[in-house]
Design a protein around this ligand. Structure first.
Ligand SMILES: Cc1cc2nc3c(=O)[nH]c(=O)nc-3n(C[C@H](O)[C@H](O)[C@H](O)COP(=O)(O)O)c2cc1C
Length: 186
């Protein structure tokens, strides 16, 4: 699965990086579908599954796409603090992440829209917008358009890894500390 030594701080972080990267290329990798948690206007946590669309392993940023009028985008515009979560059963690894999540500039979103395959575009532009109460399950229609395509970039600030083994190992890594990491009681 991985040649990384999860018993060292650097090895465990390298394993995290590999397993997130796997989510980009392998449809079956757990990190393909991270859970993104935000807070709603009342302060309630709100978590949902997302497809990971991009990962910069050097800068530790992760991209996801959404309908621009979805609640999560509006919540993140109000305040960019979010959490991301992955449980990678194959690697016996839980990855908990803290991030600042912001939309890319509109010009960049427009350029990326060109790369969205035609059938996938229907996900961006529901009328009425996502989350609107409707009288029947199909009482809405897609109206795909670039103005409703949001690319969210999560800049990871903290990563917590929990490796489940004969001995459980938990470590925390902070961007501010150069990702050097420290062990925690699991
Ligand atoms: C397997 C799976 C993948 C999903 N991928 C995305 C995605 O990439 N982008 C997205 O906006 N919603 C995605 N969703 C839907 C979200 O989980 C969520 O229901 C929707 O975005 C509305 O969330 P919100 O109202 O909190 O913004 C996915 C759901 C599932 C079950």
């Amino acid at each position: 699965m991985s040649e990384h030594d999860h018993t060292t701080l650097t090895g465990l972080l390298a394993l995290v990086r590999d397993r997130i990267e796997a989510g980009l290329h392998d449809r079956d990798a757990a990190a393909r579908l991270p859970v993104l948690a935000t807070r709603d206007a009342q302060g309630w946590p709100s978590a949902r599954t997302m497809v990971m669309r991009g990962f910069d392993a050097h800068d530790w940023t992760l991209d996801i796409h959404s309908d621009a009028d979805a609640a999560k985008v509006l919540q993140l515009t109000d305040g960019p603090r979010a959490a991301l979560h992955v449980w990678d059963a194959e690697a016996r690894l839980q990855i908990r992440m803290r991030a600042h999540v912001v939309r890319l500039p509109h010009e960049e979103e427009k350029a990326l829209w060109q790369q969205v395959p035609e059938p996938s575009r229907a996900q961006y532009g529901a009328v009425p917008p996502p989350g609107t109460p409707i009288a029947a399950a199909d009482a809405w229609h897609p109206n795909p358009r670039p103005a409703r395509f949001a690319v969210l970039r999560a800049r990871l600030l903290r990563i917590e890894a929990l490796h489940i083994g004969e001995i459980h190992r938990r470590a925390r890594y902070e961007r501010e500390e150069g990702w050097q990491g420290s062990w925690l009681v699991p």
